[in-house]
Design a protein around this ligand. Structure first.
Ligand SMILES: NC(=O)c1ccc[n+]([C@@H]2O[C@H](COP(=O)([O-])OP(=O)(O)OC[C@H]3O[C@@H](n4cnc5c(N)ncnc54)[C@H](OP(=O)(O)O)[C@@H]3O)[C@@H](O)[C@H]2O)c1
Length: 225
């Protein structure tokens, strides 16, 4: 496939890039700082530089043009960067519409099903997949600490729902740096019971697999080890 990967220097983005290149896909990596890419990238990887905080639409359109799918590991590196998932995903989806590219898979987060957004001001209080401890203790704590970050991801999901594109948002719980296993649980539209952790490598694998799973289109996908 011909794939365009946004934020290919991030924890998940780097894994998507590596796994896509290993699988022999033709990859365009879009990054704000190309020096952070690993050396010795295979020949079928090309690199486009774009800061999604101030995106140039023509650059984004040339990066996605002709792609079979777009994958994004974009997210705020700090609270100060909250808003980038919304702004960046808006720019990416606009570039996709401008060039007729339809498929996009992005990273969201497990608590977003219960996080309010402009289009979903009153989301369910609890995710049907969360157990008592997650729903009543862990989720409220992380949501208080990461309020701006989650508001950003919730609004990013609004953009996808409203886009008319073939979108999938993967909602991982806490990310780890453990190696790829390829063995993990997923659920459509809800989190996984006792699903506290998942490796970035396995999230990347699930995003690439989603491209071959039409039933993930227009869905949020819970994932956990
Ligand atoms: N940490 C967790 O436990 C957890 C749990 C659930 C969900 N998540 C979500 O998953 C996302 C991905 O996780 P991760 O560990 O891969 O995050 P990460 O390593 O922080 O990667 C974030 C990526 O976004 C890029 N980015 C940020 N601002 C940008 C901008 N203005 N223009 C272009 N690129 C920009 C970063 O580029 P640079 O490399 O140049 O900084 C980086 O590639 C997180 O952002 C978060 O929303 C995280």
């Amino acid at each position: 496939m011909k794939l365009t990967i946004f934020a290919a220097t991030g924890g998940i983005g780097r894994q998507i890039l590596e796994q896509a290149a290993d699988a022999g896909h033709d990859v365009t990596a879009v990054v704000r700082n190309p020096q952070k890419l690993p050396g010795g990238l295979p020949g079928q990887v090309s690199v486009v530089t774009a800061d999604l905080a101030a995106p140039d639409q023509a650059t984004l359109e040339s990066a996605v043009e002709g792609a079979d799918a777009v994958l994004s590991g974009l997210g705020p590196r700090s609270n100060a960067e909250a808003g980038i998932a919304t702004r960046g995903t808006q720019a990416i989806t606009t570039a996709m519409k401008g060039t007729g590219v339809r498929r996009i898979v992005v990273v969201s987060a497990a608590p977003i099903g219960t996080a309010p957004s402009p289009a979903r001001p009153n989301p369910p209080k609890h995710d049907p997949g969360d157990g008592f401890l997650m729903a009543h203790l862990l989720n409220p704590l992380t949501k208080a600490a990461l309020r701006k970050h989650y508001a950003d991801l919730a609004q990013m999901e609004d953009i996808l729902r409203d886009s008319d594109l073939d979108w999938t948002a993967i909602r991982p719980p806490r990310l780890t740096g453990k190696p790829l296993t390829g063995t993990y649980r997923t659920a459509h539209g809800q989190n996984l019971r006792r699903g506290l952790l998942i490796s970035r490598a396995d999230v990347a694998r699930s995003m690439l697999r989603a491209l071959e799973q039409p039933d993930t289109i227009s869905q949020t996908i819970g994932i956990a080890s």
